[in-house]
Design a binder for this molecule. Sequence first.
Ligand code: NDP
Length: 318
Amino acid sequence: MHISPIQLVIIGGGPAGYTAAIYAARAGLHPVLYQGPNPGGQLTITGEVENYPGYRNGITGPAMMEDFQAQAERFGTIVKTGTITNVDFATYPRRLTLDSGTSVVAQSVIIAAGASAKWLGLPAEKRLYGKGVSACAVCDGFFFRGKTVVVVGGGDTAAEESLYLANLCQKVHLLVRKDQMRASKIMQERLFKRSNIQVSFHTEVKDIIGQESIEAVETVHTLSRTITLIEATGLFVAIGHQPNTSPFLPYIEVDQQGYIQTKPGTTQTNIPGVFAAGDIQDPYYRQAVTAAGTGCMAALDAERFLKETSKDFLKKIH
Ligand code: NDP
């Protein structure tokens, strides 16, 4: 039996995926969107979103993602639960296999599977997520105005988060596990100039104290094993992100950090008809609004591919 391919499959139900779906559905491409393991993406584990244009009074992350989904469905996007665990991009149309074991074929694909913040792995970290524990200072820093917060990490992200928070908070403790930071020299210089940032080397988080909110962060000196309690209401974990690329790696080119590479100025990957949008191809900005922007670009790129190029691919296989 010949299964006719779906015109466009969108992988991922975050801001990039849903924005791509809104544009593609309005263009009549009948997109099918697979939400992945965390429907709504990283925003569903964020508290209040106050920096997404259009929501002048702010909105919670989950409510915003419900709006995104409803808007995509309004124009005919078929939203499905399920995670793409395997792909075959060597053939055309492209074949995608779900965690349920079923497969779908698609003439074009937008990969918007996002990235996951790396975590310390402490039980308290999970419990207090969104209640003081965060991985995004730009998203959540505002809630800690005038307070004391702790940042963990030694890279550029930790430096940048600390500098951002130092403008809002009374005091920022930056905990670095080694004797030096990995962050660029210029970022370190900026850090050390700030009187309200205290950098502690050889220091790791041992525990986070508090049930419904953070009361203190317990740290341990990695050499002396001395335990210290820092009174703080926020803990920002900035130890890196991991793009969710594993199902695509046999085919898709990634950069040194593992993010999908796209042709500059477009969302085109190295595979024709396969596009990437959102955090999976962006190690730098990682904002809902920038993810949405690239989602829009991916839908327009897919529309053009379907109009101009996919016919040639289909001809070759018939
Ligand atoms: P990085 O991988 O560069 O740094 C991660 C940091 O977290 C390291 O210092 C690492 O320590 C530390 N770390 C990792 N695991 C743990 C742990 N379990 N406990 C404590 N500390 C831990 O990630 P970034 O997100 O900082 O940066 C990613 C990339 O993005 C980099 O290339 C960076 O330059 C770039 N970037 C650039 C910016 C800019 O130019 N303005 C801003 C933000 C990011 P250790 O060193 O001991 O391994």
